[in-house]
Design a binder for this molecule. Structure first.
Ligand SMILES: Cc1cc2nc3c(=O)[nH]c(=O)nc-3n(C[C@H](O)[C@H](O)[C@H](O)COP(=O)(O)OP(=O)(O)OC[C@H]3O[C@@H](n4cnc5c(N)ncnc54)[C@H](O)[C@@H]3O)c2cc1C
Length: 492
């Protein structure tokens, strides 16, 4: 008998487990894969290492806050590097700019790129600061079971306007920038939550401010080091971790959870079950609930990703750690992904080459290119048939941007949405769980409290959404809810 059973060892599950163990609970965590971390994973072959999931860490203070529970910090257990530039941006016409880590340098660089737009960037970032100041103490500060929760945490009606939920990110960007390339740059941040700039609320304008103010970070050895660090910390906190173990069902009566059943039939009693699995998997398979499932399926699913892991010989002039080569047809790209269910012909390419910062990530004189493009969720495309042709197409698109890898490729692997779905049981291979597309998206996202007493949801498909810091925040929200609920139900 455990106090708490956690189903799934992604970052959200690990964060909840750590906080609950630190609060004195007996916690057991089940993960079907052999290692913890979920999408925060790595691939190493022939001396090349790739982060196959997250490659960019934002809001490191969220992880400092989590690690403080175990008496440590990111700087103590990892080797975090603040990147400068944050990212190198390229357009098909050959223009580009470096998003510099220091704000004044960023403004000056954007002014060089497009005269007069440095001030526009400063204004846009300042707007993002106001959005973040309000959203962190309202939207992110606790559970979100209805819009009332949001309103209750607001200090004045001005807070609602400050988070700018009614217009789209694209419309907000257009009101700041005259240069369409900078509108495209600002819209790109919608993809940080698997969304489209034409549908996601302007609230997402806080993301570039977050990057600018608290940095874009890398952990030496690869971002997946964070999963190893959390695994060690869980062990130190006394969490019983069982990997290679699939949760087959969540046991419950009509009112409360009773524990979990594992594949193979073993049952484990627990008063609290924290589900870090995708909410569709939870309500379709583990605790079948048609009403809850229907609700989950109403939430817009995030985009997925198609990745090339390319082992490249030689060094590339001008390659940064993070690089973006923009599509020449932004509207067509997002329409393909979100309206037509097609992998875009002219995608924006994200190229991460962590070897630029960390020579351990590739053999001497070589580069680890992780090329990621946004594509629709898995069911829209037959990836068994399309993976190879799309890989070849992307290599041509790269060549078109001046990155011709022909003759330099030692090997290339692909990761498709179907792979992401299969590896992490993520619905349709969604990268971020649910997207932010549409004004109601934040409220359609499954709540952290499940439909039976003692059931809680953490991770990308529940509030507050996907991305490393957000899923860690969901762990904190759930740990606080468990503490509050237990206080309320404790017999005196
Ligand atoms: C290609 C890619 C790039 C990304 N880039 C970034 C980035 O740069 N920065 C960033 O912040 N975020 C990024 N993300 C998003 C980030 O990885 C996720 O939001 C976050 O890691 C999800 O954490 P989670 O807690 O939701 O759990 P998940 O990672 O979804 O893990 C859930 C776990 O539950 C396990 N599980 C499922 N079903 C069962 C079951 N029945 N029994 C037992 N275990 C089960 C799965 O095996 C998995 O380990 C990226 C994701 C991908 C895929």
């Amino acid at each position: 008998m455990a106090d708490v059973a956690v189903a799934g060892g992604g970052v959200g599950g690990m964060a909840a487990a750590l906080r609950l163990a630190a609060a004195g609970h007996d916690v057991v965590l089940f993960e079907r894969n052999q290692a913890l971390g979920g999408k925060l994973a790595t691939r190493t072959l022939d001396g090349f290492t790739f982060d196959t999931g997250p490659s960019l860490l934002t809001l490191p203070e969220v992880f400092d806050d989590l690690l403080a529970v175990a008496g440590t910090s990111l700087a103590e257990v990892a080797d975090p590097v603040r990147l400068d530039p944050i990212c190198r941006y390229h357009w098909p016409d050959g223009s580009g700019f470096d998003h510099r880590a220091e704000a004044h340098a960023a403004h000056a660089e954007v002014d060089r790129f497009s005269t007069g737009q440095g001030a526009a960037l400063a204004g846009y970032l300042d707007h993002g600061r106001r959005v973040w100041d309000v959203s962190r103490r309202t939207f992110f500060a606790g559970p979100m079971e209805s819009p009332v929760d949001l309103v209750r945490r607001m200090r004045s009606p001005g807070d609602l306007w400050a988070i700018d939920p009614l217009r789209t990110l694209d419309a907000r960007a257009r009101s700041h920038f005259d240069d369409p390339r900078l509108v495209q740059w600002a819209g790109r941040y919608a993809t940080y939550s698997g969304s489209s700039p034409y549908a996601a609320p302007a609230t997402l304008a806080c993301i570039p401010w977050i990057e600018q103010s608290s940095g874009a970070w890398y952990l030496r050895g690869g971002l997946a080091r964070l999963a190893q660090i959390l695994t060690t910390v869980l062990d130190g906190a006394g969490v019983e971790v069982r990997t290679g173990v699939e949760v087959d069902a969540i046991r419950a009566d009509t009112t409360s959870v009773r524990g979990v059943r594992l594949a193979g039939g073993e049952t484990v009693d627990a008063e609290v079950v924290v589900a870090n699995v995708d909410a569709t998997h939870l309500y379709a398979d583990l605790l079948p609930d048609r009403r809850a499932l229907r609700r989950v399926l109403r939430a817009p699913v995030s985009s997925s990703g198609f990745a090339l892991l390319a082992a490249v010989e030689g060094r590339t002039e001008g390659l940064a750690h993070h690089n973006i080569a923009f599509s020449g047809d932004e509207a067509g790209e997002f329409a393909a992904i979100f309206d037509h269910g097609q992998a875009p012909d002219d995608p924006t390419l994200y190229v991460c080459a962590s070897v630029v910062t960390d020579p351990t990530q590739a053999p001497e004189g070589c580069e680890n290119w992780n090329v990621l493009v946004n594509v629709p969720p898995a069911s829209a495309v037959d990836w068994d048939a399309e993976a190879e042709p799309y890989r070849d197409h992307l290599l041509e698109v790269l060549a078109g941007h001046g990155w011709d890898l022909a003759g330099r490729l030692r090997w290339v692997e692909t990761i498709t949405p179907a792979d992401i779905a299969e590896r992490y049981r993520s619905w349709q291979g969604a990268i971020y769980g649910t997207s932010s597309n549409g004004r109601r998206a934040a409220f359609l996202r499954p709540a952290n409290r499940g439909p039976r007493r003692g059931l809680y949801l953490v991770g990308g498909s529940s509030h507050p959404g996907g991305g490393l810091p957000l899923v860690a925040m969901s762990g904190a929200i759930v740990a606080a809810m468990v503490a509050a609920d237990r206080g309320r139900h404790r017999p005196d």
